[in-house]
Design a binder for this molecule. Structure first.
Ligand code: R7I
Ligand code: MG
Ligand code: MG
Length: 376
C-alpha cells in the first residue's frame, strides 16, 4: 500500500505544482509544441534541466500571470485568516499588475486590472461586468489562479464553490469564466482530500460531474451577469418562436466532464483530447483538459517515458499544446494536491522562479487552516 502524503505536503505540492506547470509550460505557450501529443519535444526540454541547472549562468524559468495572480490570491487569504475578501484581493491584483505588467496577462483582463487600481471604485465587481459588451470574459484567468481558494475550503464543498466564484468574478463575469474556476477549485479540493489508496479515477470524475450538475450548472439563472439574463431572455424568445429547434445546452462543464469520463475508458490519442476537451485560453476549453491530464497520468502513457505520475501530468498537459502554461499549471495544482511536494523533482523547484514563495505560502495557509480547525 502506498502511503498518502501528509496534508502539509499536499498543500505544498498544490501551490508548487501550479508554479512548475506555469514555468515549464510557458515557453511553449509562445512557440507551441508542434501539435498535441508531441511528447518528445517536451521531454527533451525537461531532460536538459540537469545540465542547465549546474551550468554557469543558468537562468530560471520565469513564471507568468498564472503564478502572479495565484500568489495574490494566496497572500490575500493569508492576510485575512483564510477568508476570501474580494476588495482586498482586487487591490492586490491591481498592485501586482502595476508593479509587474509584463507577465503575459490576457489581452482584455488588463483593462479590468487597471480599473481595479482606482481608489474610488465602490463596486470591485463592476469592471469585470463591462468586459465584452457586458458579457464578461470567459478566459481561463479565473481558473488558473484559484488553487489557494481550494486549500482554504476545509471540508465544505459549498464554501469552495462560493469562494471560487467570488474570486473569479473580480475579472471574469461570464458564466463560463467563473464556473471554470469553480470546477478547477473542486478538482483541487477533491484531490487534496482523496487518500492514495482510495483513488479511482472514474469515480473521481463522476463525483466532479455530480457536484457540477447538482450544485453549479443546475442554476441557470443565478446572480451571474447581465449577459446571462440577456441571453436567457433571448433564449426564451427563440424557444417560443421555433419550438421544435434544438437549443444548445448551457451546462458546458457537465458536457466536458461527460466526455472526460468516456475518455478515461477509451483512452483516445492526445489530438482527440485537445479537440474535445480543448487547449485554448477559454476556460470551458481548458479546465477539462487539466483535470483529464491529472487523472489520465495516474497510469503510464504510451510514448511518455516518465515513471512519476506528477511529472507525467505536467509533461502530458504541456503536450496537449495551445495554452500550455495554464493547462499545465492547473493540472499541476490538482496533481500536487494529490501526490504531495515529494513528487516534484527538486531540480524543477530550483529552476522554476517562484517555487520558494509558493512553498512558504502553502505553509502559512496550512497553519491557518489547521489552527482554525483545532479551535472549533
Ligand atoms: O482570462 P484571462 O486572464 O487570460 C488568461 C490567459 C492564460 O492563458 C494566461 O496564461 C494568459 O496568457 O492569458 O484574460 P482575458 O483577457 O479576460 O481572456 C483571455 C482571452 O480570452 C481574451 O483576450 C479573448 O481573446 C478571449 N475571450 C473572449 N473572446 C471573445 N468573447 C474571453 N472572453 C471572451 C468573449 O466573451
Ligand atoms: Mg500565463
Ligand atoms: Mg496561458
Amino acid at each position: 500500500m502506498t502511503l498518502s502524503p501528509t496534508l502539509r505536503s499536499r498543500f505544498r505540492g498544490c501551490l508548487v505544482g501550479a508554479v512548475v506547470g506555469d514555468c515549464i509550460g510557458a515557453p511553449f505557450e509562445v512557440t507551441g509544441v508542434g501539435g498535441p501529443g508531441s511528447y518528445d519535444i517536451v521531454q527533451d526540454f525537461v531532460n536538459k534541466f540537469d545540465v542547465e541547472i549546474d551550468g554557469p549562468g543558468s537562468e530560471k524559468l520565469e513564471y507568468t500571470d498564472d503564478t502572479a495572480m495565484a500568489r495574490c490570491v494566496a497572500e490575500s487569504l493569508i492576510a485575512n485568516n483564510g477568508q476570501l475578501e474580494a476588495k482586498d484581493l482586487a487591490k492586490r491584483f491591481a498592485d501586482e499588475y502595476m508593479a509587474h505588467p509584463r507577465r503575459g496577462y490576457g489581452y482584455n483582463v488588463i483593462t479590468v486590472l487597471k480599473r481595479l487600481g482606482d481608489r474610488d471604485l465602490s463596486d470591485v465587481f463592476a469592471p469585470a461586468r463591462s468586459q465584452f459588451d457586458g458579457g464578461g470574459s470567459y478566459g481561463n484567468g479565473g481558473a488558473m489562479r484559484v488553487a489557494p481558494v481550494a486549500l482554504c475550503g476545509e471540508d465544505e464543498v459549498e464554501r469552495v464553490i462560493q469562494n471560487a466564484k467570488s474570486s473569479a468574478l473580480l475579472t471574469h463575469s461570464n458564466r463560463n469564466g467563473y464556473n471554470g474556476a469553480v470546477l478547477q477549485a473542486l478538482a483541487v479540493h477533491q484531490a487534496l482530500h482523496t487518500s492514495t489508496d482510495k483513488m479511482n479515477s472514474e469515480k473521481f470524475a463522476e463525483n466532479l460531474l455530480n457536484t457540477m450538475r447538482e450544485k453549479v450548472e443546475c442554476q441557470t439563472s443565478d446572480e451571474g451577469t447581465a449577459n446571462d439574463n440577456k441571453k436567457e431572455a433571448k433564449l426564451t424568445t427563440l424557444m417560443s418562436q421555433v419550438k421544435k429547434r434544438k437549443v444548445e445546452r448551457d451546462d458546458v462543464y457537465c458536457q466536458r466532464l461527460e466526455s472526460l469520463c468516456h475518455f478515461l475508458k477509451s483512452d483516445p490519442p492526445a489530438e482527440e483530447v485537445a479537440s474535445v476537451l480543448g487547449n485554448s485560453i477559454s476556460a470551458h476549453n481548458s479546465v477539462g483538459s487539466a483535470v483529464y491530464s491529472f487523472l489520465r497520468c495516474l497510469n503510464p502513457v504510451e510514448g511518455l517515458h516518465v515513471q512519476s505520475p506528477m511529472e507525467r501530468t505536467i509533461l502530458y498537459a504541456i503536450s496537449l499544446d495551445g495554452d500550455t502554461d495554464t493547462i499545465a499549471s492547473m493540472a499541476g495544482a490538482i496533481a500536487g494536491a494529490f501526490h504531495g511536494i515529494e513528487s516534484i523533482p527538486e531540480q524543477w523547484q530550483k529552476l522554476c522562479e517562484g517555487s520558494d514563495t509558493a512553498l512558504k505560502q502553502a505553509d502559512r495557509l496550512y497553519e491557518i487552516i489547521t489552527k482554525s480547525k483545532t479551535e472549533r
